[in-house]
Design a protein around this ligand. Sequence first.
Ligand code: MG
Length: 367
Amino acid sequence: MKISCISVYQVTLPLEHPYRLSGGRLYFDQLDSTIVAIDTDEGIRGWGEGCPWGSTYLPAFGRGIRAGIEELVPQLLGLDPRRTDLIYRTMDTALPGHPYIKSALDMACWDILGKATGLPLCELFGGRIDQAITIQNSVPTGTPEEMIESIKRGQARGETVHTCKIGADVALDIERIKAIAAYLPPNESATFDVNRAWLVDDGMRVMNAVTDCLFYFEQPCETYEECLQLRQVTHHPIILDECVQRYGDIVRAQADNACEAIGLKINRVGGLTKAKRIRDFCVETGIRMNIEECGGSIIADTGAVHLAQSTPETHLRATWLCHEMLTVETAEGGARNQGGKTFAPDAPGLGVKPKMDVLGEAIAVYQ
Ligand code: MG
């Protein structure tokens, strides 16, 4: 089987509610998504999506993906897409680094492998676990009242795990945490995601002011070193997110006892092939994971849910479905919210059927 054609689509994804994080300094009202279709000489078509969370959240941006694909495609035409490791080594040789631009191409190759073998991706990633995957509700930064309103919207969807965005203002952060903790029913939980907004002493002041119970704090500071310094002076569990970008980062974090959990975002680490390797390391070494996308529509979300659906329940915290926050639907099928839980589809491959009227004309076709 050979790759015969790669088509690239650009879709703008408006957010239903504008979103602020990292203490409010980062603002988002739409996402720029790149969806790719890889065709083969045997008539199988695979789909993938790469969608950074805007341009300010990570060193990644939508147009960068499309420029990177243009650079990579000449090396991929004619290769067997089922050989996912070989495809990945080819991409890394053709263009070192830039992991986020490779994710959509990698996902489309996995979709082809699944369709060619008749298996959903979760089976190829190690085998389906029976349990439903918990969906976490992503709660933007706001006043305590605004954040509780956003929690209520998640509760209406059946979600009981809430990732609450804080940061920047020590007094307000303490107020937010106390208000949310007081509001939440006993069977629900909150993670406080700082998205790099604190300096170390900010974190010490906030975390030492909320010692009544243990809360997970996510990516408190900009750098790994700052997060590690804070880890050493708090008893609250730490989740590393933005600073886990490649395999070596999690090896180092495990050796340093830097975190109890990570956010494993598929696009950030370079796609499902790379994310699976990090997932396997975390399972071996006892690190819990949120397995999810950086952003994107149902296509990207479903890829992440397949990896979650093959991860031991003991090591999995939750996933997040970005597509629930959008006003457009790019595909039928996929991993949907079923009362706060989701499942990877049973269909071969990703299990999504893109809506060609939403994708529109391809902006580039390589063959
Ligand atoms: Mg995070």
